[in-house]
Design a protein around this ligand. Structure first.
Ligand SMILES: Cc1ncc(COP(=O)(O)O)c(C=O)c1O
Length: 327
């Protein structure tokens, strides 16, 4: 079985090469490439205002630069950058108790009443493993004047319209680095429906802006997002069915987490067997970015979609079963 790490499409790479040759930095400075990428992100998120930046963390830093009050984040299954960037900005962070990363709106309501935060930062999928109830969380935040920031690095192009949807998020941030759903190898974006939001972060947005070649890559790669996301979700569903101990088996995700007693040992053995061009598709938990329990996480989001055929997935399942002893 050959497994391939997710790469940018040939079309996107070619478009980026062409942009590198064509952009005339002295005159137009790539304004067209920036505009095209902003427009397509605006179409996908439904947010009117978009800025393209050089990474996902830059998008989070830009968002956090607009806040001075308390920030809520999930107690697990978030992105570790939420904590480190809040710390860098000197913002107080409150962790919301979760069910293995997934926030219960009733619990969130109590936390909001108790701490009166300015914003909630979540990822579309807790730990890339399980979909957050984004709409419900948004409604609660909206009613309580809390800004919901959705990190949609794993959720761009959701054809169910639940994730990366500006109707259910005041602000959307995302990484378009590698290996993500929009996989340019570089870049990120931030979008919102509130133009005032960017006034507070004008300087940082200018400082962290993406180059026009990245913008060209984002514009081209965006059209693949929907099919990459739905194939990744289907592949995870196929694998999850086979393991009684998989976490959040009933929820959509782009990674599969399976509880095991000895995650380090199982993770080590799996890494030997699931070799993906020398790269890794196995994460050992507990880990804040995934789940804080003993588990191994199979990072389907890192796989090229050509490896998501049933026959390949069956081989992956067999290897996990052999190594983890769950037959
Ligand atoms: C959910 C999430 N958000 C943000 C980032 C940071 O993105 P970047 O590496 O582009 O800064 C990552 C990186 O893995 C991520 O997984």
């Amino acid at each position: 079985m050959e497994l391939y790490f997710r790469k940018s499409s040939i079309a996107a790479r070619r478009a980026m090469c062409e942009a590198a040759m064509q952009i005339d930095h002295a005159s137009n400075r790539g304004f067209n490439e920036v505009k095209l990428a902003q427009n397509i992100i605006s179409e996908i998120t439904g947010h009117e205002y978009v800025r393209i930046v050089n990474s996902g963390n830059s998008a989070i830093l830009s968002a956090m630069s607009s806040f001075n009050g308390k920030i809520l984040i999930p107690d697990q299954g978030g992105w570790s950058g939420f904590k480190s960037i809040a710390e860098y900005r000197g913002l107080e962070v409150i962790e919301v108790p979760t069910e293995l990363g997934v926030i219960n709106p009733l619990v969130l309501e109590d936390i909001i009443v108790k701490y009166k935060p300015e914003a909630l930062f979540i990822t579309s999928f807790a730990g890339y493993i399980a979909e957050q109830p984004v709409k419900k969380l948004f409604e609660l935040c909206n009613d309580n004047n809390v800004i919901l920031v959705e990190d949609a690095s794993g959720g761009i192009g959701d054809n169910e319209g639940k994730l990366c949807n500006g109707k259910h998020a005041h602000v959307i941030v995302a990484s378009t680095g590698s290996p993500k759903i929009v996989n340019v190898g570089n870049g990120g974006f931030i979008s919102t429906g509130d133009n005032d939001f960017f006034k507070k972060s004008k300087f940082i947005l200018k400082t962290l802006k993406a180059d026009p070649i990245t913008c060209k890559g984002i514009f081209n790669e965006m059209s693949n997002a929907s099919s990459i996301l739905s194939k990744s979700v289907e592949a995870c569903e196929f694998i999850k069915r086979e393991f009684k101990s998989s976490i959040h088996a009933d929820k959509r995700g782009v990674n599969v987490a399976i509880r095991v007693d000895e995650p380090k040992r199982v993770g080590y053995l799996l890494r030997q067997k699931l070799n993906v061009e020398g790269r890794c598709i196995v994460t050992v938990c507990p880990r804040y970015d995934r789940a804080l329990v003993n588990a191994i996480c199979i990072e389907i989001k890192n796989l090229d979609v050509q490896c998501m055929e049933n026959d390949t997935l069956k081989e992956i399942i067999q290897i996990i079963k052999e190594v983890s002893g769950d037959i």
